[in-house]
Design a protein around this ligand. Structure first.
Ligand code: NOJ
Length: 457
């Protein structure tokens, strides 16, 4: 592909957000509490005691936000539905009409502006009522998710044609049950973590036919956070640690979805460490893998950084040399490594034969705020986007079937355990006044889109 040849015809260019991170209005329109409403109010869980109670107040300011999307010139927008706006406790038989109407208006307004909606059904804020009944580690939640998917797609499926079942299941199963920084905040509980991962995947597979049936000619997929992982050195300890990391982060999701199998080495490793037993894996029932590997229409990929993996117990303790040169970091401390996007996409094409990919998130956190003239010069964000889009283009030239790219995020928002301290937006948000000011990166992206995605400046 010559240097300036645009991205494929019909390519979707968008930005992404999620309900809890931007909406606010935690009880409006009959909404019930989500696990994030609960978790963010527990002392010490969120930096500076921030909560999503108001966030960007998108629930009330959504018309302004659509105007900002329109002026940006995107042809797609990825947002998520707050499950407890539709089923306040999760267990009702009928959906809450006021919740459905909110999203219905949003969808209509997007379409009026020629912006294609991409809906994520679960971006982590599940009804607290379902968490109280055991949450993702219990099989019952699978049926609740299918019910929820059925009703949302029945109501919006005439207009919405792009559906993402779950966002980053690893964050729920690992951070929620091993790291403890996300709900329900458990630590080192591998049995629940694996069961949660399994039920997330199973519910994805079971929801696909329901969505397809309600939303004719639609594309249904799932979004995973994926990366390329390399050992910090050539030591076998680092290599083993890296294999396990890659197994639990990437293969635990990709393999059941694309190869109809779980990566046995992950289970074996946990058994040798005494963290699970064979019996613990009883939540995997016969036939589940066939459901999970139901062919999807696309894979959503969230890419931010690569992972350089070290064995903490031996190599790190003994201060053994690392032989990987690390790149610069964003304000979040995440390494900037654009070629990792290329490597990951090539791997998905070659090893998993994925036939349709959307980059559903890519972006960076920088704290740059308004200068004396009220302008936000976020040059580093522009460089981040530019370098990653260059790698994406290289991957497409080398045959990767990627059909869309969503910048994370449209605007600064509630960054989970980091509260409002990490800013990923193309638009600056003043969290006191709720004023929105487009950053230089917003204008850069706009220009990039105007020139057909071939702007090399
Ligand atoms: C992935 C998540 O989907 C999103 O909610 C989060 O804000 C970004 N990564 C940045 O951490």
């Amino acid at each position: 592909m010559p240097e300036n040849k645009p991205f494929p015809k019909g390519f979707k260019w968008g930005t992404a957000t999620s309900s809890y991170q931007i909406e606010g209005a935690p009880t409006a329109g009959g909404k019930g509490p989500s696990v994030w409403d609960t978790f963010s109010h527990i002392e010490g869980k969120i930096k500076n005691g921030d909560t999503g109670d108001r966030a960007c107040d998108h629930y009330h300011l959504w018309r302004d936000d659509i105007e900002l999307l329109k002026n940006l010139g995107v042809n797609a927008y990825r947002f998520s539905i707050s499950w407890p706006r539709i089923f306040p406790t999760g267990k009702e038989n009928e959906p809450n009409q006021m919740g459905l109407d909110f999203y219905s208006r949003l969808v209509d307004a997007l379409l009026e502006n020629q912006i294609t909606p991409f809906i994520t059904l679960n971006h982590w804020d599940i009804p607290q009522g379902l968490e109280d009944s055991g949450g993702w580690p219990e099989r019952d939640i699978v049926h609740e998710f299918v019910k929820y998917s059925y009703h949302v797609s029945r109501h919006l499926g005439d207009r919405v044609k792009h559906w993402i079942t779950h966002n980053e299941p690893w964050c729920v199963s690992y951070i929620g049950y091993i790291g403890g920084h996300k709900p329900p905040g458990l630590k080192n509980n591998w049995v629940k973590s694996l069961a949660a991962a399994h039920h997330l995947l199973l519910s994805h597979g079971m929801a696909i036919p329901e969505i397809r049936n309600n939303s004719k000619q639609s594309d249904v997929g799932i979004t995973l956070n994926l990366n390329t992982a390399i050992p910090a050195s050539g030591s076998t300890y680092d290599e083993d640690a890296c294999r396990f990391y890659d197994g639990q982060f990437n293969r635990l999701y990709l393999n059941p979805l694309y190869k109809n199998e779980y990566p046995d080495d992950v289970f074996e490793y946990l058994k040798t460490k005494g963290l699970i037993s064979e019996l613990d894996l009883n939540f995997i029932k016969q036939g589940d893998l066939n459901i999970i590997s139901t062919k999807t229409d696309f894979l959503g990929v969230n890419y931010y950084s690569r992972a350089v993996i070290r064995n903490e117990d031996i190599d790190e303790k003994n201060n053994l040399p690392r032989n990987v040169d690390m790149g610069p970091e964003t304000d979040f401390g995440w390494e900037i490594y654009p070629p990792g996007l290329y490597d990951l996409l090539m791997k998905l094409k070659n090893e998993y034969e994925v036939q349709n990919i959307y980059i559903t998130e890519n972006g960076c956190s920088y704290g740059d705020g308004p200068n004396s003239e009220g302008k936000i010069n976020d040059k580093r964000r522009i460089e981040y986007y530019h370098s990653h889009l260059t790698e994406l283009k290289r991957a497409i030239e080398d045959g990767v079937p990627c059909n869309g790219y969503f910048a994370w995020s449209l605007m600064d928002n509630f960054e989970w355990a980091q509260g409002f301290s990490q800013r990923f937006g193309l638009i600056w948000v003043d969290f006191k006044t709720l004023e929105r000011i487009p950053k230089d990166s917003y204008y850069w992206y706009k220009e990039f889109l105007l020139t057909g995605g071939s702007n090399e400046n």
